[in-house]
Design a protein around this ligand. Structure first.
Ligand SMILES: NC(=O)c1ccc[n+]([C@@H]2O[C@H](COP(=O)([O-])OP(=O)(O)OC[C@H]3O[C@@H](n4cnc5c(N)ncnc54)[C@H](O)[C@@H]3O)[C@@H](O)[C@H]2O)c1
Length: 254
């Protein structure tokens, strides 16, 4: 049974680093309590100590978003700790850029689809019943510009992120009558470890191409994405559902 409590609660996956870590900080600044969820236990502990040194407004849940049991346990722990679930940011993801489509190994294809698409769906599968019981809630999934356009050398990633867009729109229309909103953010290149790792694999020419292809001449900051996620989850966005908000400095407007 979901009990009522006036302080809102959020659930963020991929919370140990990058975008997820910044989103945790934004939700805390917005007055939420936050469940920080990640696969990497050590990094998660360090991120939590940084975000909430007193440990009073957060919980940490080590979970692999591809594993239904650990997802269910993380969501149960959130509801047990906070008594509610107002906002969920399903953000954990990996990249698989590198080879052309026919050179991709089946294992890499499957792992990318498992984390980037099935992981988002599994989180929603177990968040939605809590929100249905409350009669409210806002879900924000992390898609990507690769969810809207072809993305050379990243077939699995692009397929997964297009899937996140379809999943987001479908859930939005299914649950709108019950007061639950489902949206996505579609970041362009973000100044992040994930992007740096990709450049290290793919070389300086790729980094230069990304800068040259950015209409603003810069990449997003982690905070650029965090503000958008927080806003989509907020009451100010109460009539927005099924939307994929590009936070890409105009990348896919080109
Ligand atoms: N960085 C970018 O430029 C960029 C651009 C567009 C979209 N995105 C998307 O944003 C999201 C976050 O990216 P980021 O740049 O912060 O990456 P990141 O690598 O810095 O952080 C991702 C976090 O997810 C966690 N994670 C990975 N697999 C997991 C799993 N199976 N279960 C639970 N946690 C897991 C990692 O431990 C890590 O802490 C991803 O979905 C990514 O596809 C990133």
């Amino acid at each position: 049974m979901v009990s009522s409590s006036s302080t809102p609660a959020a659930f963020v996956t991929g919370a140990a680093n990058g975008i997820g870590e910044a989103v945790v900080a934004r939700f805390l600044a917005g007055g939420y309590r936050v469940a920080m969820v990640d696969l990497d236990a050590d990094r998660l502990r360090a991120a939590r100590e940084k975000a909430d040194p007193a440990g009073e407004r957060t919980i940490e849940a080590v979970a692999d978003v591809t594993d239904e049991q650990s997802v269910r346990a993380a969501i149960s722990a959130t509801v047990e700790a906070f008594g509610r679930l107002d906002a969920a940011h399903n953000n954990a993801g990996i990249t698989s850029s590198g080879p052309n489509t026919h050179e991709l190994e089946l294992s890499a294809w499957q792992r990318t689809l498992d984390v980037d698409l099935t992981g988002v769906w599994l989180c929603m599968k177990h968040q939605l019943p809590v929100m249905l019981e409350q009669g409210s809630g806002a879900i924000v999934n992390t898609a990507s510009i690769a969810g809207h356009i072809g993305y050379r050398n990243a077939a699995a990633y692009a397929a997964a992120k297009h899937g996140v867009v379809g999943l987001t729109k479908t859930a939005a229309i299914e649950y709108a009558p019950q007061g639950i909103r489902v949206n996505a953010v579609s970041p362009g290149p973000v100044q992040s470890d994930m992007l740096e790792a990709s450049f290290e694999r793919r070389g300086a020419a790729v980094r230069d191409w990304y800068y040259a292809s950015s209409p603003t001449g810069r990449f997003a900051s982690l905070e650029d994405i965090a503000h958008a996620v927080h806003w989509l989850a907020s009451a100010e966005a109460s009539f927005i559902t099924g939307h994929c908000l590009s936070v890409d400095g105009g990348w896919i407007a080109q």
